[in-house]
Design a protein around this ligand. Structure first.
Ligand code: HXC
Length: 257
């Protein structure tokens, strides 16, 4: 598949997707988001890929939706086009996605980052939801996912002032996993991806689904879901392999069956 605005590299069971519109700080036009979702769904069906890294460049992960594309939009055509149906497909990807971010992570860029499962950031990262300064508000989950991640008062502050926060502050509020020097952020994401790529893929998939379940269900329903996933894994060959390897004091070799 040939893309305009993303680059794709597969190495060691890891699919690396790079946003590539550097001249506009990776502003997310509709075509870029469409290409990204198309590639994520392709990876989803590719058994040789176990984990995904989503990244940009040192200056920007993404500075938000493309303002020049949005500026001429009107409500009803936007509603009929409903671009967020495409965004919703990102949340359905069952393989873990690690965001490796640096520089500007703003607006739709922050919403895209929050769709990922783990986030490694460089020290130079600036995160924000500045839509209010454009007279609008987030539309791809910013008010919901940010609030669930950092809590009400910090989310209100970020969304109502539009100010950016540093990576250190984002770490303090639980929005990201780790802050590292700029020359390390991609390497650190790769290290994490390599670790996850060695784990049994069916367990990885069910753990991701189970964690995401916690966001939109009651505790009782979530526990019930987790329990069923737990029992299901006892029918996998990887459960036999994992437990036998422990008892035989050797490293397991998981196959995904
Ligand atoms: C289109 C953008 C852009 C954007 C930057 N550019 N952000 N183009 N959409 N979101 C372009 C600039 O126009 C400029 O192009 C080039 O990228 C470099 O940007 P500068 O502004 O010159 O860089 P700098 O002075 O370093 O400032 C960086 C910045 C600023 C602070 C990130 O660009 C900025 O405030 N951008 C907008 C951020 C934003 O409001 N994001 C939210 C968008 S709304 P030229 O051609 O002049 O060189 C949104 C809604 C989400 O995301 C809804 C769901 C999808």
């Amino acid at each position: 598949m040939s893309y305009h605005y993303i680059k794709v590299l597969v190495q060691d069971r890891i699919g690396i997707v790079t946003l590539h519109r550097p001249e506009v700080l990776n502003a997310l036009n509709l075509q870029l988001v469409y290409e990204l979702v198309t590639e994520l769904e392709r990876i989803e069906t590719d058994d040789s890929i176990r984990v995904i890294i989503l990244t940009g460049n040192e200056k920007a992960f993404a500075a938000g939706a493309d303002i020049s594309e949005m500026a001429g939009e009107e409500a009803i055509p936007m509603l009929l086009k409903d671009q967020f149906v495409v965004w919703d497909r990102i949340a359905k990807i069952s393989k873990p996605i690690i965001a490796a971010v640096s520089g500007f992570v703003l607006g739709g860029g922050c919403e895209l980052m929050m769709n990922c499962d783990m986030i490694i950031a460089s020290e130079t990262t600036r995160i924000g939801q500045p839509e209010i300064q454009l007279g609008v508000m987030p539309g791809a989950g910013g008010t919901q996912r940010l609030t669930k991640a950092v809590g009400k008062v910090k989310a209100m502050e970020m969304l109502l002032t539009g100010e950016h926060i540093t990576a250190e502050e984002a770490l303090k509020f639980g929005l990201i996993n780790k802050v590292v020097p700029v020359e390390m952020y991609f390497k650190e994401a790769l290290r994490m991806a390599q670790q996850i790529a060695l784990q049994p893929p069916v367990a990885v998939r069910l753990i991701k689904k189970s964690v995401l379940k916690a966001f939109d269900t009651s505790l009782a329903e979530g526990l019930d879901y987790e329990r069923n996933c737990f029992y299901l894994l006892f029918s996998s060959e990887d459960k036999e392999e994992g437990m036998n390897a422990f008892l035989q004091k050797r490293k397991p070799k998981f196959t995904g069956r």
